[in-house]
Design a protein around this ligand. Structure first.
Ligand code: NAD
Length: 279
């Protein structure tokens, strides 16, 4: 299986462009699922304090025997920990659960605008990075006004913004803002979380058929060719393998354009919560 390519972040570090996300993987299944992911070749794991499964991720890392520098581990600061010194306490707890001295990427999970303390949280993450507790820092679910504010306040642009993104919901205002500032986009829900018939959409089915691949592989390829970072979730070994096996074919410009055209107007393709409503 070809090696997963890496993407260079704006702080000079590299991230594997495809990883394994563990949202909704039950705590008791996480060690097994992550161990299988590492066995089949994943080296990038995306978790979060709120997922409640950092210990399982840590147990799988420890059991793998893989050198630390071959792994890329992301976790996230939860919404009720933006204030005061809370981010420092929160990352310490995450590191303890993960069994690590440093994560590779730490994200502010949601801006929670009603709490209006995400600028402070971001400034705290800059300090956590400078203290060596995380190598890179970024945000998640930040809209352009949130991004503008944190950069204006600190002068530090996030390495990534992790946002809901799939063919029906492409958030082009954010991806364009990010491209102009060398901020990488991580697509969460890259397969639309199975909440609409993405795999049955004609351009996806046609591209899959043309390349002898599955619709899920065609969609993941679309993300990769857009330059996005992805970490699809599955707890089934055959799907873990399938989702990683996307580096031996390329969608044509016409196939990419046809999948682009699946975007729903006015943001109607969103399948999960809106960042202004999560507080
Ligand atoms: P996803 O789009 O990856 O969809 C996952 C679903 O797709 C699974 O339930 C699985 O049944 C199905 N699936 C996976 N591989 C498949 C395949 N090959 N064929 C058919 N079906 C397949 O959605 P997600 O899990 O929500 O997103 C991926 C990751 O993004 C998460 O695990 C998490 O790490 C991250 N995430 C982040 C946020 C955030 O707020 N930052 C929110 C949601 C998810």
């Amino acid at each position: 299986m070809p090696e997963t390519p890496t993407v260079k972040l704006n702080d000079g570090h590299h991230i594997p462009q495809l990883g394994y996300g563990v949202f909704k993987v039950p705590a008791e299944d996480t060690q097994r699922a992550v161990s299988e992911a590492l066995e089949v070749g994943y080296r990038h794991i995306d978790t979060a304090a709120i997922y409640g499964n950092e210990e399982g991720v840590g147990a799988a890392i420890a059991a793998s025997g893989l050198p630390r520098d071959e792994l890329f581990i992301t976790t996230k600061l939860w919404n009720d920990r933006h204030d005061g010194d809370e981010p420092r306490a929160a990352i310490a707890e995450s590191l303890q659960k993960l069994g690590l001295e440093q994560v590779d990427l730490y994200l502010v999970h949601w801006p929670t605008p009603a709490r209006d303390n995400y600028v402070h949280a971001w400034a705290q993450l800059v300090e956590l990075r400078d203290a060596g507790l995380t190598r890179s820092i970024g945000v998640s679910n930040h809209l352009v006004p949130h991004l503008e504010r944190i950069v204006a306040a600190t002068g530090v642009a996030p390495a990534v913004n992790q946002i809901e993104l799939h063919p029906a919901y492409q958030q082009r205002d954010i991806t364009e803002w990010a491209a102009e500032r060398d901020v990488r986009i991580e697509s969460w829900g890259p397969l639309g979380q199975g909440k609409y018939d993405l795999f049955g959409a004609e351009p996806v089915a046609a591209a899959a058929e043309a390349h002898g691949k599955t619709p899920a592989q065609a969609v993941l390829r679309w993300h990769l060719q857009k330059g996005f970072i992805v970490f699809p979730k599955s707890v089934r070994r055959e799907r873990l393998e399938e989702n990683l096996d996307v580096f031996d074919f390329e969608l044509t410009d016409d196939e990419m354009a046809a999948i682009d055209a699946l975007e729903q107007p006015g943001g109607a393709g969103r399948v999960s919560a809106h960042p202004d409503e999560v507080n």
